[in-house]
Design a protein around this ligand. Sequence first.
Ligand SMILES: [Cu+2]
Length: 650
Amino acid sequence: MKTIITPILAIVAVLSTLTSCNNSNNSGALSNNNAEKVYVAPGDHDSHYAFISGGFSGNLTVYGLPSGRLFKEIPVFSQFPTNGYGYSEETKPMFETSYGFVPWDDSHHPDISQTNGKLDGRWIFINGNNTPRIARISLTTFETEEIIEVPNSAGNHSSSFITENTEYVVAGTRFSVPVPQKDIPIKTYKGNFKGALSFISVDPEHGHMDIKFQILMPGFNYDLSHPGRGKSHGWFFFTTYNTEEANTLLEVNASQNDKDFIAAINWKKIEEYVKKGGGTMMPANYAHNVYDEHKHTATSTMKKEVRVVNPSEVPGAVYFIPTPKSPHGCDVDPSGEYIVGNGKLSANLTVHSFTKMLDAIENKKFAGEAYGIPILNFEDVLAGSVEQPGLGPLHTEFDGQGNAYTTFFISSEVVKWKLGTWEVIDRKPTYYSVGHLTIPGGNSAEPFGKYMFAMNKITKDRYLPTGPEMEHSAQLYDISGEKMELLLDFPTHGEPHYAAAIPAEIIKNNSRKIYRLDENQHEKKTLSGSDVKIVRDGKNVHIYMTMIRSHFAPDNIEGIKVGDKVFFHITNLEQDFDVPHGFAIIGANNAELLIAPGQTRTLTWEPKQVGVWPFYCTDFCSALHQEMQGYVRVSPTNSNIELSWSLGED
Ligand SMILES: [Cu+2]
């Protein structure tokens, strides 16, 4: 094998030398064996999954590491015509909200479920920023199983982060708003708007989500958050900016204070308070959408109240830690001792000590209070700072070897530094303007090290140009040595805002291969070709159809009329891995259906013209795929042609 690969790599290396204008900046990325480090031979599997947020695509993309190959786009908050998600009757309820049907969002921070602080690979959660929602995706089926709307929240950004036994998925508001919403002047912001931090419980068996409580905080902007872990398990930390409570020209007015805060929340304490009936049930309106894997169908329920807790009701549960200059990232090291607050406008990185925080609280050493919440002294809690490591620090992840890696947006680099000594060990440029970075397990108690990838906002000249808009870019680094080594650039879809990554062996053996037909509980399933039928109910016509290589049953349908609403309920009878079939019919005002083996899906079609209209399979499925087709005869509204259907009749 080696003898075959080597000449190919040599050609790749030579070509890159000839074509890359950035080659001098690549630290010799292709001058040694780095190409081999990312080469996954045909048929071989990558060692890691990377789940990269699609940002403004609203979805989640799945890549392999180290190859950077795209495996899948999982639709979450956005309609996805590729497989009919959000267009099929079964999946439309996933987009129900208190604002009606919302088929798009801006997804930002995926986080994998944990047990004892370690990634367990059961589910991945991600937030929708714009119309605040949290989604749960199964890492068995790679499908979105649940979406819960978050009331009293706006620009749901400090979300969705998981406590160390997945007790909660936590969501914090970026924009403070009137709670409850009301018609008041915007300039009454200060002192009147609130920031809701939502603790959403996760059922340990099914993963089902329920908002246990919301903490109504002062009207700051809650930017990012992370759970405590290990010794700090039971606490949650949120960065804030705009502690000035400005409501206009924030770029100036929210940058006045020398220090903003990290809010430290003792959620265990609030949980106990709530278990004893504490807090207030407040009227609210938010959707809870659940997809049932056996019914292959989602249902949407509107919830009517939410439990809110005012921090003043639970003394000793909430503190503010002063943190310089509009902190953005809020990251906790694997031991749970260090809380890194990256002030976007700060020259230094600030690291707080959890132990010192507890001491200061114990000794009641406070610098003051804000809206009744005690403010700790900056110096009392400070563990140390990394002096002038770069410009515009954003996010930090950890390798489990005592090192931290922080991204710098303005100086466009990743800086590796040592926990405890705060010394800078290495720095590498990113191309260009890095936001988040990810190390597999890098925000858990047990990072897996080995790889780190940076997600960059600007691509410019890194790939062949594709018009004014380029896909964003990720860059993979080997972090197994003292110095980071750039291995690979790969394009990403939408905005690769943040990502979660995990060794493949934790997930791949649980991956679902088919849906079993004998477990199909869809109300409109058809389990054999002999059970097909068509039922007219006034203007609604229900077609119970099957598909299997290489025909639909039935394939000829007559007796449909203009003005009818036709529901194709189609069951894929295949029980083989990776044999979906598609369904499309001319003039349908929605999308195709891509139906997995054993699954049932429904497409609605409203024929508007008299004629004979074909339908066909869209997913190339067999040598006779082109034969997988059928016709629907549509007659005038007042026609008396009887409903009839057939397969294999002349
Ligand atoms: Cu087919």
